[in-house]
Design a protein around this ligand. Structure first.
Ligand SMILES: Cc1cc2nc3c(=O)[nH]c(=O)nc-3n(C[C@H](O)[C@H](O)[C@H](O)COP(=O)(O)OP(=O)(O)OC[C@H]3O[C@@H](n4cnc5c(N)ncnc54)[C@H](O)[C@@H]3O)c2cc1C
Length: 429
């Protein structure tokens, strides 16, 4: 049996954060990462570019040289299949046993796969969550001219846009009544949908795919509404859920996400979690939930790593920020964009040409979230106002009407607070 002081399952961004965190306190002890993928840490935000033809190595944000430089041993292409948290032992898919003193689960999320009649046995049914999925889609490109994407969230709209750009006929089917429901408010959803429709993408909202027809090759899909859409490929992009596979049959608590405390530790003292697999603190409402975003996974990993190595750093919480970079008009949102109840105030401005839109969501005078379309330069100031819980009652309309929100327009006292506040994670998104 091999041994390592620290074992990290996963080698993506949560793992990198943890390695940075561990090495801040412990320069020498052994660290081992295990990942079933072939790359070091890579950007999933760039998977679309990979499908368009980019080199896989180009996606790496921390390549294998980083792991070497940090004195980390790596097992790539290896899956962890068992965890005995009482004995602190992991088992891999080739039967190897590895013991650890501290374990980080940075195993990310898995795609939610709906059960659809006829999906079984069809070759061109895909998910879009990792490089392996992107490789399959890229390889299959010459085999289809039309595709149905199920789900109009971030990954669904991104893959739809990419395939459309590659001259495929794309139809998006969404169960909800609008696109990008988690990130945008109803008005900005409409703008985003109309921008995508303008590029040639068709949408069916309030509907769902009930059946995929054809034999081995897909001929089309049937929707709940009765509509039949001819197509040759189907991509399900309904969302990513925390990956609880490894902790099944262990005492590690998991309820729609790994339960971690403020120090990113699970209920089992030497087992930590970070990234898409955990439920983490959302600073906009103080609740813990799955926040599957790259910078937050890094921050959580960093905090977990420092604590694994003997530090005592609480996770300050994260602000969910979403940026739709593939559209011709930039769209960025943060925090709460659609208020859950009437205690919030929403103000917005929309220029008649549809090239600029901004909405602000406030509670008791403080900014809780925003959407900005067409002009995203001031977004850093807006996120600073959210993080610092600054009362914006006196300047809220200024924040709306100025296309460029500059720090210099803020009162000096606020500027100082935004500039001087630092949290314990050494990282700012
Ligand atoms: C298409 C797409 C686009 C995205 N775009 C953005 C964006 O623009 N901005 C943004 O902030 N976020 C974006 N995200 C989300 C972001 O990529 C994730 O939040 C981030 O990758 C989470 O990092 P992680 O390390 O927690 O998990 P992951 O990146 O999912 O990595 C999980 C790791 O665990 C390993 N693993 C899992 N199970 C096992 C096992 N049993 N054995 C061995 N290894 C295992 C995997 O090999 C992998 O190394 C996007 C995601 C997708 C899918």
């Amino acid at each position: 049996m091999s041994k390592s002081e620290y074992v990290i399952v996963g080698s993506n961004v949560a793992a990198v954060g943890a390695i940075d965190g561990i090495r801040k306190h412990d320069k020498k002890s052994s660290i081992l990462t295990i990942s079933f993928e072939s790359l070091g840490s890579y950007s999933k935000a760039m998977l679309a570019e990979y499908i368009e033809g980019a080199n896989a190595q180009w996606l790496e944000f921390r390549g294998k040289d980083y792991f070497k430089k940090m004195g980390v041993d790596c097992l790539f292409g290896r899956k962890v299949t068992g965890l005995d948290s009482d004995k602190s032992i992991l088992t891999t898919d080739n039967g190897e046993e590895i013991s650890y003193k501290k374990l980080l689960l940075g195993v990310g999320g898995v795609p939610f796969k709906p059960v659809i009649k006829g999906a079984e046995g069809k070759e061109l049914v895909f998910t879009f969550t990792d490089l392996l999925d992107a490789e399959k889609i890229r390889e299959a490109l010459p085999r289809f001219n039309s595709a149905v994407v199920i789900g109009a969230g971030f990954t669904g709209t991104e893959i739809a846009y990419t395939l459309n750009k590659l001259n495929k006929k794309v139809t998006v089917v969404e169960l909800g009544d609008r696109v990008l429901v988690k990130a945008l408010d109803p008005r900005s959803s409409e703008i985003a949908q109309s921008l995508m429709h303008g590029e040639g993408i068709e949408f069916y909202l309030n509907d769902t795919v009930e059946e995929i027809s054809g034999n081995k090759e897909i001929t089309g899909v049937s929707l709940k509404s009765g509509k039949v859409i001819p197509c040759q490929a189907v991509i399900t992009a309904i969302g990513v859920i925390p990956n609880g596979e490894l902790i099944k049959n262990t005492p590690v608590k998991f309820d729609r996400g790994l339960d971690v405390d403020d120090y990113m530790c699970t209920n089992v003292p030497n087992v930590y979690g970070a990234g898409d697999v955990v439920k983490a603190l959302d600073i906009t409402d103080g609740l813990k939930r799955s926040l599957p975003l790259w910078p937050l996974a890094f921050q959580q990993g960093l905090v977990a790593g420092k604590n694994m190595a003997g530090g005592r750093y609480p996770y300050a919480g994260g602000l969910p920020i979403n940026s739709l970079k593939f559209l011709k008009v930039p769209i960025l949102s943060a925090g709460i964009t659609t208020p859950p109840d009437a205690s919030y105030e929403v103000i917005y401005v929309s220029d008649p040409k549809g090239t600029f839109y901004r909405s602000l969501v406030l509670k008791e005078g403080r900014l809780k979230g925003f959407v900005t379309i067409g002009e995203i330069d001031g977004a850093g100031v807006l996120t600073g106002l959210i993080r610092n819980k600054i009362d914006i009652s006196g300047i809220k309309t200024k924040l709306l009407n100025k296309k460029k929100v500059g720090l210099m327009q803020m009162p000096r006292e606020w500027r100082n607070r935004i500039f001087t506040r630092r949290d314990e994670t050494d990282y700012h998104d």
